[in-house]
Design a protein around this ligand. Structure first.
Ligand code: NAP
Length: 508
């Protein structure tokens, strides 16, 4: 089955109806089962779970809820074809990925619409995610044929050292709901290029995009069993036995730090190779010499992309006291231009949060900050009615020990605090257990370099509010995780290094 209806492009007398029909056809064509060994099937106990549109609360239909037995069957399928896939010529693996890139690009509008439906992000942002997500398939299509090794002479002059890199083996990939496509392709691209087979478990809030992608991968030529997808309402029960199964050789996880820690503990028994892309608490530094208009535009991108539901989202705005009130005024004015609503509507720039729990968490963080003396420049409230909307918010005068500055907000809330010196700015920025992304705005290159070097974060956006790029090594330090996704580094996560020591005959 494929997800291929084309969005209506010509003006329709009843445009809304045509759009509605297009979306329904799109939803109708998504396989709703588990993909195991190339076959779509229902779960062993026939249980399903319903997917919801967070903008309306409407049902988007059911998906299968896998059991422990289904998880085991998926790993068996991935194991059965592991050697065949590893032995498939790199060019062939690359060409399959390239076809997947092309199919995804051709169907960008379908995938964007699906993501907006199940996750809520406005359509233009969903389209941007398709472009970003597809790029990992193209990048690793190219990397598949560049897995090299080394030939060297040992210091004793007699032994030769042949160093080779081989696919690590079956991979379990667990992905979150906030980027339903790109968090998958960021793992699928390098894993398949390296010759690894996979079991993928998407988040239960947003499984449809991954199911549609799995269908597309099959159409692109990924052989049966190489990519298996299980959706489940019982993640911990289904995943734990897979992690303790000796056939599994690698776990790659993107999600929250608490769940990541639990999975690292579970992985210890097998000494499983693990990559962790976890939570963040990104500082956004605005120095006195920054171009304030550029800083505000960067702030909007770093804060408001995905409604603030990004691991890289600016979580704390640290602004030099000489420009703080002007920055706050400009940022609040810019926030007030945002249009909140159903992301399918073309004028909307801020969609709903993923669910009521997430919205309540954001509301509690803001209420707590206000109770401790924070001032609201704009926003500060949940929006009544269907869907889980929260108004774009700017706060100042935040007490230093406030939870809002310590926890991942994951919502459209910008807390501004001030600093008076570079040393204080860097001290505040680094004062977190997280170390994923940081942003800095300054107009002097020497200043920019010194600040970049002093920040304890895996990624720094210098005078720009976005760090994601398929050609760059995405990842964090400290409790934001380890391992990198994207760029030449991304494929290393799926490769083992082996060397062969070769004795030679001296004297010839
Ligand atoms: P989450 O609650 O940690 O869930 C992530 C994934 O793990 C989901 O598929 C979830 O399945 C699964 N899961 C949850 N508990 C599990 C368990 N005990 N055993 C096995 N699997 C389990 O995170 P989220 O709320 O989906 O995503 C938001 C978080 O992801 C944020 O902290 C964000 O910063 C982080 N994130 C990090 C990056 C990065 O690259 N560093 C990128 C994006 C997001 P269910 O859906 O079934 O619960």
């Amino acid at each position: 089955m494929s997800v291929t209806p084309t969005a209506p492009t010509t003006p329709d007398p009843d445009h809304a109806d045509a759009e509605q029909r297009y979306r329904q056809r799109l939803l109708d064509r998504i396989p709703r089962g588990l993909l195991i060994g190339g076959v779509w099937r229902s779960s062993a106990d026939d249980k399903v779970v319903t997917v919801e549109n967070p903008a309306t609360g409407a049902s988007l239909g059911p998906v299968a809820s896998a059991t422990v037995a289904d998880g085991d069957a998926a790993l068996t399928a991935a194991t059965d074809v592991a050697n065949t896939w590893k032995a498939t010529p790199p060019r062939e693996r690359g060409e399959i990925l390239r076809r997947a890139f092309e199919l995804l690009t051709d169907r960008a509008e379908d995938f964007a619409t699906l993501m907006t439906l199940e996750m809520g992000k406005p359509l233009p942002q969903a389209r941007a995610e398709v472009t970003y997500g597809a790029e990992f398939l193209r990048w690793y299509a190219e990397e598949a044929v560049r897995i090299d090794g080394r030939w060297s002479t040992a210091p004793d002059g007699r032994t030769r050292l042949l160093t080779m890199r081989q696919g690590v083996g079956p991979v379990l990939a667990i992905t979150p709901w906030n980027f339903p496509l790109a968090m998958g392709t960021r793992k699928i691209g390098p894993a398949l290029a390296a010759g690894c087979t996979m079991v993928i478990k998407p988040a239960i809030q947003t499984p449809l995009t991954m199911l549609a992608l799995a269908d597309l991968l099959t159409e692109a030529g990924v052989p049966a069993g190489v990519v298996n997808v299980i959706t489940t309402a019982s993640s911990s029960t289904v995943i734990a036995p897979l992690i303790s199964d000796a056939r599994l050789r690698k776990l790659t996880f993107t999600g929250s730090t608490p769940v990541g820690k639990a999975l690292i503990r579970q992985s210890a028994d097998q000494v499983l190779r693990v990559s962790m892309e976890l939570g963040g608490n990104a500082p956004f530094l605005v120095f006195a010499d920054a171009d304030l208009d550029a800083a505000v535009e960067g702030a909007m991108l770093a804060k408001m992309r995905n409604m603030g539901e990004a691991c890289t989202a600016a979580n704390r705005f640290l602004v030099h006291e000489s420009v703080a009130s002007e920055f706050g005024r400009l940022l609040a004015a810019r926030m007030e231009q945002e249009i909140v609503g159903d992301g399918l509507r073309p004028e909307v720039t801020v969609g709903p949060l993923i669910d009521n729990e997430q919205r309540s968490k954001v509301a509690e963080l803001v209420t707590d900050a206000v109770d401790r003396g924070a001032q609201i420049l704009t926003g500060g409230d949940a929006i009544e009615g269907a869907g889980y909307f929260y108004s774009p918010t700017v706060l100042t005068d935040i007490a230093p020990d406030t939870a809002l500055l310590r926890e991942e907000i994951f919502g459209p809330v910008a807390p501004i605090t001030t600093f008076t010196s570079d040393a204080q700015a860097i001290g505040l920025a680094n004062d977190t257990e997280y170390g994923l992304a940081a942003y800095a705005f300054t107009d002097h290159i020497d200043h920019a370099i010194a600040v970049s070097e002093a920040l304890d974060f895996g990624m720094v956006g210098l005078n720009q509010g976005i760090v994601s790029n398929a050609a760059a090594p995405f990842g964090g330090m400290k409790q934001s995780g380890f391992g990198r996704e994207g760029g030449p580094e991304g494929i290393e996560e799926y490769l083992e290094t082996k060397y062969v020591g070769i004795s030679t005959r001296p004297g010839l």
